[in-house]
Structures are given as structure tokens and as C-alpha cells.
Design a protein around this ligand. Structure first.
Ligand code: GCB
Length: 599
């Protein structure tokens, strides 16, 4: 199926070339799933409309049937293969297709991939001719089931089938990130892993390179500093580079070296070359401390979403820059990729700007007890042979592997979150999660692993946190419980947190927040007002500041975001410090005062 764990992101180098396929594609919904048997990939789609790539398709038409569509979705375009690509290996690379896709090049099926937030690619060399056009067709499917990550279920309603799910954000779908044609030499670099360290002012970059069609060729590595000066060289596919007078990557200081990997023949000709930015830093959990470069780190920031009006969950460079500017303005040093892997451009940007990331899989909503009917269909048992089962766990394991394979070399990523708010107080949960922590640790022994605990599994009842290196807690004292009663909330919250602190692990509060309608004010602290949101955050901060084991606070959420509709959500979730169009609420200024020493 997919070769999801051994691929490098397309790159232009002196031996490689890329062509981005973003723009308008032909698009057609296929509610009867008839297109595959009818061979829609064999020619132009029967009655297509235009669709933007990258974009969620949901909000781009004026048609309710499109917005809430669930099922097969066809995307198609033609592309002329660059005429200079003779004798090259050509791959077709999707950064993501939500939630799964099968792809054809002309009449040839080339790849299928499960999971909406990680990349996949196919070697299409034998199906393309440099200088000629090819037709690319992607059959995307956005259905969530008990065997998908995230899970969902299709229910029959009077109006037809409807998608239910247990997570609190709209099920945007489509092709959310760039699609590429990319050329590499046949003899090529296929995969690269770096792990960094330092002792005193000497840094180390351990590397492991995988190559293909490379008999008789030599791997060479060159490390250059940010000014382009060569600081270390190596030969061989694995090794360790010594970096004197090391310049560390650190929170707020995104210093990057460039590691160039070369594949060289015996006459010294460089047949392939690939560049990897490297931030030299260490991450360690010691007692209740979270250490970056040996220094205690306190996470300040948000759980975020890839979510914007019009484009939905698509990546856009303009929004990327704006969101990071706002993070800087407010004094955030970190965020969590709640609740799925974000665009690789986001991680690159965080690397360069010294922003710290908790990197999360799309395993959200593995909890059928949550929300009492708010977030979708109820009446299910979370872990059972008919619901979340061993097949789901295999899909989940693959999602963990693909996340780590994709993001392992980013210095910004310091902690893996393998799930958000799953059921975690049952034997079924314990059995389900135990092996998944092993999967993460095997894929990356260099970073701590955790999951995000839900309020329904408070201290003393959670059976999964025993496997985690760091405790991540989402708590809504003063919102979902003790609503409007901040004094009572403070007492209850302090009591629970004191229990968790006795575990001797660092605690990050990965969510705390109050829905707030921008512009709604009140003299007395009324829920939904901007004043209440400020008071609510203040109360939480008093609780955190009194607890030594708390090493971080991530407000839920950075910005208001789209959700499924229901009696709990008015035009989406309103817990943002910023509105959906990034205007600050009063809380944004309050957070800025707390987080920025100079504000
Ligand atoms: C949570 C979830 C998050 C929701 C949030 C809320 O615990 O992790 O996805 O959006 O609560 O606002 O209810």
C-alpha cells in the first residue's frame, strides 16, 4: 500500500527538482461510490466543477450537500512532466489527503493511503514521459468509521446517512496541503534520521542515512552553520559529527545548522544531495522537570487548530505567518498540534523561530462517553470488538509511526502525544494503549511520550497515564464543571492537581478554557463574557503557580474554530484568545501580560 515511513519531503537541490501541483483541480462528488467501477480515472470526470487545492472543499460552495458531504470525492488534473526529467526517478507526493486516498496516473493505480494528516507518495517513473502530459486522479474519501483515526460512525437519519464523531471540530476534508511531482536521481538518498546532543560546548549530530540503488557509492555528510561555514564532515551512512563551539537550538532561539547529505561515486561526482536543517538540542524528563538543553522549560501557549474561514483545514503561508506573529506578540513559547499532525511548513517555521511543539496524532475522540450526546452519536462502548478494536489499534499504530517518521528531525518537536482525551479509566483502555506507547518509543527513543488525559478520568482512576513520561491534563473547572463558580472551581482543581503532582512526573495543562463571545461584556463575572474568560484564566494560573510539578500551560484555544453544529456550539467553539479571524479578545491582552516579561 503505502511506503509512509521511508520518504523524504520533496526538495530542490543540485540533483533534485520539484513541481508543485497546487491550483484548480476538477472535482466531483460520488455519493454512490460508482466512479471506481465506472473507471472515472480513465478520462475526464463525468461532470466536474472547479475546486481549489489546497483547501477543504466544504466551505467553498454555496451548497449544503457539499458542506456536509460524506463519501467518495474525486480530484483530477493534468500536468506536463518537466522535459528535463529524462532518466530521473519521478514521484508523485501528497502532503496529505483527508482522510484517505487512492491515486491513479493515467490509467495506472499507483498508491493508496489511510490517514488524513500525513504524507504519501508513489514512484511513477514508468508511467510518465518527460515533456508529455499525464492525468492525475485522486479518489479521496472522508468517511470516519470505528476503524479510522479519528473514529466516527455513519448513522441513518430521516434525511439520509450522516457522519457522527466524538471530536469537537468540523470534519473538514479534501486535499489540504501541496501535491508535488518530484524528480530524484535513481541512485538516491531515501531516508535520514538525526539525533543531537552536546556536552559543554561540543555538540554532536548522530546521523543514519538510507539510500537506494547505491551500490559502490559513498555517503558523505557536510554540516554547515547558519553563516554557511563548514563545521564538520563525515563519510559513511551512519556516524556522529562533532561540532565545536556548538550553537544550540533553544526555545525562542531557532538556530539551525544545515546538514547536507551527498551520494558520491568513486570519481568524486555527487550523484544525489539532500539538505536537512538541524537544531542541536536535548530533551529530557527528570523527576517533575521537563528539560530542554538541561534547563527547566515551562510551556506557555495554546492548543491550536488548522482552521480558517473559506479554506477550512488547508495550509496557507499567509495564515502561517499571521499565527506565528500572534504567538510571538502574546509571548507564547510553544503549542500543541491539537488534534492531528499539522503541515510540515508549520514545523519548519517553528524550527526556525524557536517555538516548541507537542506533536499529536489524529487519535481524538476515542471516547464514546464524552459529551453526553453533545459531540455526536452515543450508545456505544468505546473499546469492543465492534467499535474501537484491534484493527483500529493497528491503524493508530501506523498513524504514530507515520507522525514520527515525518517529524523526527524537527528540533521544535519535544514530546509526542499519541491521543487526545481517549477513554482511559477502563481495562480495555489500558490494553489498547500499552502497546501503542511501545510503538512510539521504538520509533523514537529520543523523545518523551504521553497522551492527553480527559476530565472523566481524574487522578486515581486513569489507567493509561502510568505509561506516560509526562502527564498532560485537559481540565475545565469553572467551565464544564463549577460553571460560573470560580471560587469552587479553584478548590476542586487544586485538590485534583495535588493528586496528580504526587505521581512525580511533570504535568502540562494541555487545555483549560472558557467559551467567550467576542464583544460580550459584563460587570460581574458571567460565563461567555470577555471578563469571565480573563478571570477564569487568572484562577487557573493561581492553581498552576501553586503546584511545582506543573511545567506548562496551554490555553484552549488559540483562536475560535469551526465545529459540528449542536446545542453547545454557536457558530463553532468560542474558547479562542483570538476570534476565528484573529482579533484579540480581552484574554489575549491578559495572557500577554502574564507571558511577556516586557509587556
Ligand atoms: C476538550 C477537547 C477539545 C474541545 C474542548 C472544548 O477537552 O480536547 O477538542 O474542543 O474540550 O472546548 O470542549
Amino acid at each position: 500500500m503505502t511506503k509512509g515511513t521511508t520518504m523524504l519531503r520533496p526538495q530542490d537541490t543540485s540533483t533534485r527538482e520539484t513541481k508543485r501541483l497546487d491550483g484548480l483541480w476538477s472535482f466531483e462528488l460520488d455519493g454512490d461510490s460508482a466512479g471506481r467501477d465506472a473507471g472515472w480515472f480513465r478520462g475526464p470526470l463525468p461532470s466536474p466543477r472547479d475546486m481549489a487545492v489546497p483547501a477543504s472543499f466544504n466551505d467553498l460552495t454555496a451548497d449544503a450537500a457539499v458542506r456536509d458531504y460524506v463519501g467518495d470525492i474525486w480530484y483530477q488534473r493534468t500536468v506536463r512532466v518537466p522535459r528535463g526529467w529524462t532518466d530521473q526517478r519521478v514521484v508523485l507526493h501528497f502532503e496529505s489527503a483527508t482522510h484517505r486516498a487512492t491515486v491513479w496516473v493515467d490509467d495506472h493505480e499507483v498508491v493508496s493511503h489511510e490517514g488524513g494528516y500525513t504524507p504519501f507518495e508513489a514512484d511513477v517513473t514508468e508511467f510518465v514521459t518527460p515533456g508529455e502530459e499525464v492525468r492525475i486522479t485522486a479518489l479521496v474519501n472522508n468517511t470516519l468509521s470505528f476503524q479510522s483515526i479519528p473514529p466516527g460512525v455513519i448513522e441513518d437519519t430521516a434525511a439520509g446517512k450522516a457522519q457522527r464523531y466524538w471530536h469537537d471540530f468540523f470534519n473538514f476534508a479534501g486535499i489540504h496541503r501541496s501535491v508535488w511531482l518530484a524528480a530524484t536521481p535513481q541512485a538516491r538518498i531515501e531516508n535520514l534520521t538525526v539525533v543531537t546532543g552536546f556536552s559543554g560546548d561540543v555538540g554532536s549530530v548522530d546521523f543514519a542515512v538510507e539510500t537506494a540503488d547505491s551500490d559502490g557509492l559513498e555517503v558523505r555528510t557536510v554540516l554547515r552553520d547558519a553563516a554557511g561555514r563548514e563545521v564538520a564532515t563525515g563519510s559513511g551512512a551512519t556516524g556522529s559529527l562533532r561540532v565545536d563551539d556548538v550553537h544550540l537550538w533553544a526555545p525562542g532561539h531557532g538556530y539551525l545548522y544545515d546538514l547536507e547529505v551527498q551520494l558520491v561515486d568513486d570519481t568524486g561526482v555527487v550523484l544525489d544531495t539532500y539538505h536537512q536543517s538541524v537544531g542541536i538540542r536535548t530533551v529530557e524528563v527528570r523527576g517533575t522537570e521537563f528539560l530542554i538543553n538541561g534547563d527547566p522549560f515551562y510551556f506557555k501557549g495554546f492548543g491550536m487548530h488548522e482552521d480558517h474561514s473559506t479554506i477550512g483545514k488547508a495550509h496557507s503561508p499567509a495564515h502561517l505567518v499571521q499565527d506565528f506573529e500572534l504567538l510571538d506578540w502574546i509571548g507564547a513559547n510553544s503549542f500543541r498540534t491539537s488534534h492531528y499532525p499539522y503541515s510540515e511548513d508549520v514545523l519548519d517555521y517553528a524550527d526556525r523561530h524557536g517555538i516548541v511543539i507537542i506533536d499529536e496524532t489524529a487519535a481524538v475522540g476515542l471516547n464514546m462517553g464524552l459529551g453526553g450526546g453533545i459531540f455526536g452519536g452515543q450508545g456505544y462502548t468505546t473499546f469492543s470488538p465492534d467499535t474501537i478494536n484491534e484493527t483500529t489499534r493497528e491503524v493508530h499504530a501506523q498513524a504514530i509511526r507515520e507522525l514520527i517518521a515525518r517529524d523526527k528531525n524537527h528540533p521544535s518537536v519535544v514530546l509526542w502525544s499519541i491521543a487526545n482525551e481517549p477513554e482511559s479509566d477502563t481495562e480495555g483502555a489500558e490494553d489498547y494503549f500499552r502497546p501503542l506507547f511501545d510503538v512510539a518509543r521504538e520509533a523514537d527513543p529520543s523523545r518523551p511520550v504521553g497522551f492527553v488525559n480527559v476530565m472523566l478520568a481524574p487522578h486515581g482512576s486513569c489507567r493509561v497515564s502510568q505509561f506516560a513520561d509526562v502527564l498532560m491534563l485537559n481540565r475545565y473547572y469553572g467551565w464544564y464543571v463549577n460553571t460560573g463558580d470560580l471560587a469552587g472551581a479553584e478548590i476542586a482543581w487544586t485538590e485534583e492537581l495535588t493528586g496528580w503532582a504526587s505521581e512525580g512526573k511533570p504535568i502540562i495543562i494541555t487545555e483549560y478554557g472558557a467559551d467567550t463571545l467576542a464583544g460580550n461584556h459584563s460587570l460581574t463575572p458571567q460565563p461567555w463574557s470577555e471578563e469571565y474568560q480573563v478571570d477564569y484564566l487568572d484562577m487557573n494560573h493561581r492553581v498552576f503557580d501553586a503546584c511545582e510539578a506543573v511545567v506548562g500551560e496551554h490555553v484552549w484555544n488559540f483562536a475560535d474554530f469551526a465545529t459540528t453544529s449542536g446545542i453547545m456550539r454557536v457558530d463553532g467553539n468560542k474558547k479562542g484568545a483570538f476570534t476565528r479571524d484573529r482579533k484579540p479578545k480581552a484574554a489575549a491582552f491578559a495572557l500577554r501580560r502574564r507571558w511577556r516579561k516586557d509587556a
